[in-house]
Design a binder for this molecule. Structure first.
Ligand SMILES: Cc1cc2nc3c(=O)[nH]c(=O)nc-3n(C[C@H](O)[C@H](O)[C@H](O)COP(=O)(O)OP(=O)(O)OC[C@H]3O[C@@H](n4cnc5c(N)ncnc54)[C@H](O)[C@@H]3O)c2cc1C
Length: 355
């Protein structure tokens, strides 16, 4: 059976980001890499969006940048600017195409559908397939989005709506998210933060239709694309093993309070590339303890008081947008953390320490 220096299990966002990072920094000139990916073909299946607080390799896959956004609860809207850290949306179709075209040129890189096709005995493995044990207490961010095209110009393409809480909450946390790509095209997502113990919130198509028809009052439109997913707001199992590290969602790269993962994956890829010569002895790359602690409290509050969350999110964005963006993107300093913490309902958060 064929052996490789490195194996990447899962050629999704994290696996391909890492392979690309290694390839463009010439770490695969005299090392071999096998990528294991079962999918038959790559096509656009996700839209990765984030505030660009750090450079990454995929500016040419960006569908749109925004420098303004809004957040609203019933009766109140907050308009914010994010010129310093524009919000970007990456088209996964362009991302897969860019990376795969580059990787196919290197004869040291091979692609397989199943890890059983190769020997893993002497390789270093980067695994992006999460091991998730079902637990009814686990929180998920689950959502469904459609990209619509309207007959008439409707959207203001200069400003996106991060969270619209003016919708049915069903004793949970629910908001709509709208990314206007142009005056007549936008991605509209219904998003829930919940334990997802049953399917009662998964009537996504109805939710979206009602929002478009009754809330946005758009009459004529077509759906060009649809995406659906669930991001675990908890860390998947991660056993410490010699010669293996987890990457992506499996590697704990999701910021649990927000679901943002893409930029953390890019930073992790860079860290691995910088340490690739001595990767088995390198320190594990993690989202810093400070954010893990704060997110844990935040999610306890969310679990116990879903009805308070729209106001909590709204208040959080009353801080300067630069501060809150840095906080949500793991780049804030202690003073900035404090200015966010002081906006939170103190007793609710203090009590959450003891749940
Ligand atoms: C629809 C959707 C939208 C998202 N939007 C955002 C966003 O806007 N911003 C953000 O920061 N994050 C977002 N996320 C979260 C996160 O960035 C993505 O989930 C991201 O794709 C995670 O990368 P990954 O490599 O860990 O997982 P994936 O990209 O899912 O890659 C895992 C790969 O493993 C493959 N695989 C599965 N089973 C096996 C197996 N047995 N052996 C080998 N390979 C296997 C899969 O086919 C897949 O290609 C989104 C998630 C989803 C689902």
């Amino acid at each position: 059976m064929k052996e490789f220096d490195f194996i990447i299990i899962g050629g999704g966002c994290a696996g391909l980001s890492l392979a690309y990072e290694l390839e463009v920094h010439e770490k695969l000139k005299d090392k071999t890499l096998a990528i294991i990916e079962p999918r038959q073909e790559y096509k656009k299946d996700k839209t990765w969006s984030f505030w660009k607080v750090a450079p990454h390799n995929f500016d040419d896959c960006v569908k749109k940048n925004w420098e303004n956004f809004s957040i609203n609860v019933p009766g109140k809207t907050n308009y914010l600017k994010c010129k310093n850290y524009p919000y970007q949306s990456i088209d996964s179709g362009l991302f897969y195409h860019k990376i795969n075209s580059r990787l196919k040129k290197n004869k040291n890189i091979s692609f397989f559908k199943d890890v059983a096709e190769i020997s893993t005995r002497n390789s270093f493995i980067f695994n992006s397939v999460p091991e998730i044990k079902k637990n009814h207490l686990n929180l998920w961010q689950h959502f469904c989005g459609v990209e619509i095209e309207t007959k008439k110009d409707f959207f203001d393409e200069e400003i996106f709506n991060l969270m619209d809480f003016d919708c049915d909450q069903r004793e949970s946390v629910h908001f709509f998210y709208t990314l206007p790509y142009s005056k007549n095209k936008a991605l509209i997502e219904t998003t829930w933060l919940s334990t997802m113990n049953d399917n009662s919130q998964k009537d996504y198509d109805n939710q979206i239709k009602e929002y478009i028809d009754k809330h946005l009052k758009i009459k004529n439109y077509e759906i060009n694309y649809k995406e659906e997913g669930a991001i675990p707001l908890f860390y998947p199992l991660y056993k410490k093993e010699k010669n293996k590290i987890n990457i992506g969602t499996a590697g704990g790269m999701t910021r649990l309070s927000t679901g943002y993962t893409f930029l953390n994956i890019q930073e992790h890829s860079k860290y691995i590339r910088e340490n690739i010569e001595n990767i088995s002895n390198s320190k594990r790359f993690e989202i810093s303890k400070k954010y893990r602690f704060l997110d844990d409290i935040f999610l306890r509050v969310l679990n116990k008081h879903p009805e308070k969350m729209s106001d909590i999110f709204f208040k959080m964005f009353k801080t300067s947008p630069k501060t809150v963006i840095k906080f949500l993107s793991n780049k804030s300093n202690y003073l900035e953390d404090l200015s966010i913490i002081l906006r939170m309902p103190k007793w609710t958060f203090i009590k959450a320490l003891f749940y």
